[in-house]
Design a protein around this ligand. Sequence first.
Ligand SMILES: [Zn+2]
Length: 277
Amino acid sequence: MDARLPAFRVTIRRRVSRRLALAALALLAACSSSPLGRGQLILYPEADMARMGAAAFAEMQAQTPVLRQGAKSRHVECVAAHVIRALPGGDPAQWEVRVFDDPAVNAFALPGRKIGVYRGLLGVATDADQLAAVIGHEIAHVTARHANERVSTQSLASSGLQVVQIATGTGSPAQQELFGLLGLGAQVGLILPFGRAQETEADLLGLDYMANAGFDPRASVTLWRSMSRVGGERPPDFLSTHPSSSARIAELEARMPAALRRAESARSAGRRPDCPR
Ligand SMILES: [Zn+2]
């Protein structure tokens, strides 16, 4: 009997502390909301998320060659800089943008203001406005803290709240799991999907961002249409991890009148991006 008592006490204590933890988490979750007003579970300080993002970004650059000069990288940097400058307090110097020399039709963003664009995407996003739609979408994943939300939800589900601590140690299974949570697969080019609500939010917020920079928001619809045409036997990676093109186009169209007004006032204010390919 005596032997069982301590175990019993431990169980009680665990239950109580778990209940307290859940109550605290519920409070935290209630206090967090996305830029579009959606309630979010956000458990990690952004500084921790930024550290994880930087580690993952360094790993990506170690695995895949980066285009550092030339027309492609200049084009991507130019478009990104215009979108970033139109963000509240946006400073391109605080963001890192890289073009990966890889045929994947894809792009990604990481906490800590990191953006990756694959060379293959530039074959589908054929002008600056279309590229701005992708970059706006990726920036929105960062500003809306979608990675933090996913890591928070996942770590709560597995009741191991030490996810942040596994950022160190390259190549370990724990690190691979972390990269997966951040949206990066073990191999370059395999990008795991965010949830449907997050993807829609990135589309809508990204539309606002590109329009605020003076890009033509209608290019977002052109882009997703081209993406679905690329489809065929092997659809672009970016599509395979994102909502169906008809659903996303309908949502974009609904927000288009407001986006066109944003773009118009951006242009009146002198924001006329010029990013030659
Ligand atoms: Zn996305």
